[in-house]
Design a protein around this ligand. Structure first.
Ligand code: SF4
Length: 225
């Protein structure tokens, strides 16, 4: 994947944010009470819908296995049963266990004192924490500016014509990190707006007739030629 040479990309990214916000409103995202719950959610949501994560989180709460120490104390079989609704339950339980083991040694509050690049490197060193999970933990739990990208982001940005080639997490993230101000609220809201637009309008089969971005979208312009 490469970034296409778009004139004034920094301004256009901020304009896109304002347009998405005008269309979809203020979303304020990530339904969790504590940084640990955010991190659990970020691990459990890999390759599954949020409603399945909620069921797994409810199971953990109901079983009094909702702190690092409580999860650390239960058996792997029990943990697998509790996270079962989130899918890939054996792997997810292993990932949750690895994360919990890490933060028992290095509490999240201590980890979160670090700057974003150092914190990101530490999170990525934990089994089961990939770039999207690490960035979600940094943005929503540590409340520090690390832009989260995903397939919704790729679909929108590639259809607009700002990147070409296959999805590449780090390059797509860099497009935002390098061109918009490092502001936690902006990053939080921007990601939520992209997901909302991707889920409701710029879906796999896009509903271009309902989209306010037609005039600036390469995909639309090319398909209507
Ligand atoms: S015009 Fe169509 S392809 Fe382009 S951003 Fe909108 S929904 Fe997506």
């Amino acid at each position: 994947m490469r970034i296409v040479c778009v004139e004034n990309l920094d301004k256009r990214l901020l304009e896109l944010y304002q347009q998405l916000q005008a269309e979809h409103g203020n979303l304020r995202w990530w339904p969790a009470d504590t940084p640990f719950e955010v991190a659990l959610g970020a691990i459990l949501t890999q390759a599954t819908a949020w409603r399945n994560v909620e069921k797994a989180l409810d199971n953990l709460k109901a079983a009094n296995a909702f702190s690092p120490e409580q999860i650390h104390a239960i058996s792997q079989d029990e943990l697998e049963k509790l996270v079962h609704p989130s899918g890939y339950f054996r792997m997810k339980a292993k990932k949750v266990r690895a994360f919990v083991d890490h933060i028992i040694e290095r509490p999240m509050a201590v980890m979160f004192e670090q700057d974003v690049p150092v914190l990101r490197k530490e999170l990525l060193s934990i089994y089961g924490v990939g770039p999207e999970t690490a960035d979600s933990i940094i943005l929503y739990a540590a409340e520090k500016p690390s832009f989260v990208v995903d397939t919704y982001t790729y679909r929108l940005i590639s259809r607009l014509g700002w990147v070409e080639g296959n999805f590449h997490y780090e390059r797509l993230r860099a497009l935002f990190m390098d061109n918009i101000p490092p502001d936690t609220n902006l990053f939080n809201e921007y990601h939520a707006l992209i997901v909302r637009h991707g889920a409701r309008v710029c879906q796999k089969t896009p509903d271009c007739e309902a989209c306010f971005l037609q005039s600036q979208c390469d995909f639309f312009q090319n398909s209507s030629d």
